[in-house]
Design a protein around this ligand. Structure first.
Ligand SMILES: Nc1ncnc2c1ncn2[C@@H]1O[C@H](COP(=O)(O)OP(=O)(O)OP(=O)(O)O)[C@@H](O)[C@H]1O
Ligand SMILES: [Mg+2]
Ligand SMILES: [Zn+2]
Length: 297
């Protein structure tokens, strides 16, 4: 504080602060809206449950839509366990400025990708939130929401047909995304045929409904095991995946070790082995997604 500041009264100093904050918030909102003006459709991929294949399905869906001619961007909304650059085969390189934003990385089928992973030093570096209270829950939530906002509004996405957001596990993770993108176009749930997955995924769907986000449908992942020896699909879980009432099942993707391994190696298998059952299921999914957005059904 300068000596002249010190002579001012508290009222004088704080005058206009509320208006400044409101102005800043409006500015931030406008920035985001301007940035996403060229994005036609937004889709959040979620489950609530961890490890059910959200990211693998999201990467293959993005590659499939892009391969069919759409321009597609992926926002890796999993800040603490980012996996989209890896799944889409993005080469590690330095980020560069493009116009008034950061150029997204480019992966398989020319899918544009923005992820926390691209900002970290190396492949083994975890995210570390710095700050006096970075361990506190509230503070971390704020940092994460700000990072997501910046990824959305500072990335030079250009014109996109689809912007797909890959969410981290957690049934409440859709809420901050909805705060940032009140016009979020749809949510796609991923589940597996286990009672536990169903239990958690239905909580996420409740939250999605409460927020008024349109539900595109759900994918049943790991629905059966594709035997690499004989190519037959047998049961993987002892339970059938019970449907979610009123939510359409858009595709059933088998557990196929190669589908997983190719994805982990950065080659979306929907492109590499288009005749495999998992690839067919991803194409069913892409068709349903296109129908939902193009025809509103
Ligand atoms: N249908 C499948 N066939 C083979 N492997 C699969 C299949 N689905 C998922 N996997 C594998 O299971 C692992 C977990 O998948 P993934 O990371 O996509 O799950 P997730 O739901 O995004 O997890 P998280 O909740 O941590 O974000 C990955 O190694 C992936 O390759
Ligand atoms: Mg994931
Ligand atoms: Zn077999």
């Amino acid at each position: 504080m300068s000596p002249s500041d010190r002579r001012r009264t508290y009222a004088e100093l704080t005058e206009g602060t509320a208006a400044d904050i409101a102005g800043q918030l409006a500015e931030r909102r406008q920035r985001l809206e301007r940035r996403l003006a060229g994005v036609r459709h937004t889709l959040a991929v979620l489950s609530g449950k961890g490890g059910v294949g959200k990211s693998l399905i999201a990467a293959n869906l993005a590659a499939c839509l892009a391969d069919q001619g759409a321009s597609v961007g992926v926002l890796d909304a999993d800040l603490n366990g980012p996996s989209m650059p890896r799944l889409l085969g993005v080469e590690r390189s330095s980020l560069r400025v493009e116009g008034d934003g950061i150029a997204p990385a480019v992966g398989a089928a020319a899918v544009k990708v923005m992820s926390m992973d691209l900002w970290l030093e190396g492949p083994d570096s975890p995210v570390r939130w710095r700050g006096t209270e970075s361990g506190s829950f509230l503070w971390r939530g704020t940092l994460e929401a700000n990072a997501l906002r910046e990824f959305l509004s500072d990335t030079a996405w250009g014109d996109l047909d689809y912007l797909i957001l890959d969410l981290p596990p957690g049934t409440d993770r859709i809420a901050p995304v909805h705060d940032l993108l009140p016009g979020l176009g749809g949510a796609l749930a991923v589940t597996i045929p286990s009672e536990l997955s169903r239990f958690v995924v239905s909580k996420s769907l409740t939250m999605v409904k409460e927020l008024g986000i349109p539900i595109v449908g759900y994918v049943e992942n790991m629905s059966g095991y594709l035997c690499p020896d004989c190519g037959r699909i047998g049961p993987l879980f002892s339970t059938e995946a019970a449907p979610f009432e009123g939510v359409p099942r858009l595709a059933a993707v088998p557990f196929d070790p190669r589908f997983g391994a190719e994805g982990d190696a950065g080659r979306p298998d929907v492109l590499g082995r288009p005749d495999a059952p998992a690839a067919r299921a991803v194409r069913d999914l892409a068709r349903a997604v296109r129908q939902f957005y193009e025809n509103g059904s």
